[in-house]
Design a protein around this ligand. Structure first.
Ligand SMILES: [Zn+2]
Length: 259
């Protein structure tokens, strides 16, 4: 099966089409969904949906771009939430150096504290890092975080990729590589080893080339995988098998005590 390692299938946008979309995904062979949390007030809904849909797995955390309604005290609840909801990771967490995001000092406080929670629980993390790879790596080093995880929507250089790989991470490859002009991303993808990446859509965001303006869904995993196969001169079945193996290596709790 194909696994979407990063989709926001819990968002309201999907509320009235989630069941039918799930059926279409399963029929198409997209049968695993890792859904990372964004804000504290969405944790319970994510937990409910994860117990309803047996193909879902969840990570809990506070997304760096949506911190304005969050409190550092929310992090005191994170460990309990992960345990009671059988989280397979902590996320999505990180640093977002983008207009509109809260102050970077505050983001770093949220990020490092959540890294310590993940470290204490021995859980991998789902990293959101926008224009912040060096700072994110610095935080990983300073917290001594070596449980790995995924770098969501990786779009850096091969050198930056290698530094995350050295920390035990794999790179999330998504819709960006479907754009013909994404030459650098294509070059990096081609140079990666078979063990270095997983598939993701970031649904409902990050539409594919030729689908701009439409709601992205986990069904896009099939198109992304086909593009990866073409760029790496492999067949899609090999991409399916290796990304599945990579995901299970990084998230060993995938088949453990699901809800
Ligand atoms: Zn996301």
């Amino acid at each position: 099966m194909f696994i979407d390692s990063h989709c926001h299938f819990d968002f309201e946008l999907f509320d009235d089409q989630r069941d039918s979309l799930m059926s279409r995904c399963l029929a198409a062979g997209v049968a695993g969904f890792l859904v990372p949390a964004t804000t504290r007030n969405r944790w319970q809904k994510l937990q409910n949906l994860t117990s309803e849909y047996s193909h879902w797995r969840a990570a809990y955390g506070l997304h760096p771009y949506f911190l304005s309604g969050s409190y550092l005290s929310d992090i005191e609840l994170l460990g309990d939430q992960c345990e009671k909801a059988h989280a397979i990771g902590v996320g999505e967490i990180g640093l977002d150096n983008w207009p509109g995001a809260v102050d970077m000092e505050l983001q770093m406080a949220f990020f490092t504290r959540q890294l310590y929670v993940a470290k204490a629980l021995e859980l991998p993390v789902i990293l959101h890092a926008r224009k912040s790879y060096d700072l994110v790596l610095k935080c990983l080093r300073e917290t001594g975080f070596f449980h790995g995880g995924t770098v969501h929507a990786f779009n850096g250089s091969l050198e930056q990729a290698q530094r995350f790989l050295d920390f035990g991470f794999v790179l999330g490859i998504g819709g960006t590589i479907t754009y013909p002009r994404a030459k650098k991303a294509h070059r990096v993808l081609k140079a990666l080893g078979d063990a270095d990446f997983v598939l993701e859509t970031d649904s409902p965001d990050m539409p594919l080339h030729a689908y701009q303006g439409q709601v992205n869904t986990p069904l896009s995993i099939l198109i992304i995988a086909q593009h990866i196969a073409t760029i790496r001169e492999d067949n899609i079945e090999k991409i399916r098998a290796l990304t599945y193996a990579n995901l299970l290596r990084i998230f060993p709790k995938w088949y453990e005590d699901s809800l």
